[in-house]
Design a protein around this ligand. Structure first.
Ligand SMILES: Cc1cc2nc3c(=O)[nH]c(=O)nc-3n(C[C@H](O)[C@H](O)[C@H](O)COP(=O)(O)O)c2cc1C
Length: 312
């Protein structure tokens, strides 16, 4: 990769971050992505801090390349994991669900690069002011927690609003998506859904099969009524959830239905009653591949140049 600002910032070969995926993105996936030249991320989710420490140490054994840790700021473990990354000498932190403001000076002292995920221009500007190194602008096509704007609309507006590198996320599943992200002004991409089916991804095979067999219209956003909208693949659980939301069920009832649902799908392979988080791009994904194969396909960009022949 020729002199890419994000690659230079974090010391990687291809400007791609493997998106954090709670209960899924462990040392196996993160190290494989880093070994393939991207930036692997261990998702800390709600895991106990000692489990996260173990994953960091395993990743260090599996790769000598940079990798990062994602912190969900609303999790009860956020503060402990924020300190842990400093203790363990992790190079990059990505954050979700809010503002990491209170941890930034500690991370800076330890030389940790800070990259929050944002879903609006306002938050991107706030984050830049707070001193972060880059932002991930994530559109609502993505799997997992979503905002309101699409990647196509959000990315160029964030790019114009800040002077730090912007990484595009949401709906990027192949080299065409990567090319489009760069056209929108992004300096890199973050990809979650396509890495769900990576050979090195330890998610249950039933989960992978459900992603591979998904069609374009197979995702739905649940949880808008609770203030925590999440994009998942349609199944028995999402239908139950939607019925309850239509009936204006209480947040407690909805929370009860959602409790442990991601683990049920990820670990037990119960893709009917578990939460199968995935993005709209699932419809494009047709096979399992290694992280190296995925990244090399996504950055085979020279073949895209002739797309402009008919319009320039
Ligand atoms: C199963 C799943 C779990 C996710 N968990 C997290 C998480 O724990 N923290 C986070 O910041 N983002 C999370 N995300 C978002 C991803 O990191 C990434 O930004 C997103 O998947 C990119 O969009 P795509 O799915 O269209 O590739 C999750 C996404 C998926 C699909």
């Amino acid at each position: 990769m020729k002199s890419n600002v994000f690659c230079n910032m974090v010391g990687i070969e291809y400007p791609i971050i493997q998106g954090a995926m709670a209960w899924i993105a462990d040392s196996s996936l993160a190290a494989a992505v880093s070994n393939a030249g991207g930036l692997g991320i261990i998702a800390s989710g709600n895991a106990p801090v000692e489990v996260v420490r173990e994953e960091i140490r395993k990743a260090k054994k599996l790769t000598d390349k940079p990798f990062g840790v994602n912190i969900m700021l609303l999790s009860s473990n956020a503060e402990e994991v924020a300190k842990l990354v400093c203790e363990e000498g992790v190079k990059v932190v990505t954050t979700g669900a809010g503002s990491p403001g209170k941890y930034i000076s500690m991370w800076k002292e330890h030389g940790v690069k800070v990259i929050p995920v944002v879903a609006s221009v306002a938050l991107a500007k706030r984050m830049e002011k707070a001193g972060v190194d880059a932002v991930v602008a994530e559109g609502c096509e993505s799997g997992g927690h979503v905002g309101e704007l699409t990647t196509m609309a959000l990315v160029p507006q964030v790019v114009d609003a800040v002077n730090i590198p912007v990484i595009a996320a949401g709906g990027i599943g192949d080299k065409r998506g990567v090319g489009a992200a760069f056209m929108l002004g992004a300096s890199g991409v973050q990809v979650g859904t396509r890495f769900l089916v990576a050979k090195e991804c330890t998610v249950h095979q039933n989960y992978k099969d459900k992603v591979i067999s998904a069609k374009d219209i197979d995702t739905v956003v649940t949880g808008r009524t609770t203030g925590h909208p999440v994009r998942v693949l349609r199944n028995k659980l999402s239908r139950k959830y939607q019925i309850l939301e239509k009936e204006e069920a209480s947040i407690e009832q909805l929370d009860e239905l959602g409790k442990g649902a991601l683990v049920k799908a990820v670990k037990d392979g119960d893709t009917d009653n578990g939460s199968v988080m995935a993005g709209q791009i699932a419809g494009l994904i047709s096979k399992e591949e290694t992280c190296k194969e995925i990244i090399e396909e996504m950055f085979d960009l020279k073949s895209l140049l002739n797309k402009f022949d008919s319009i320039i």
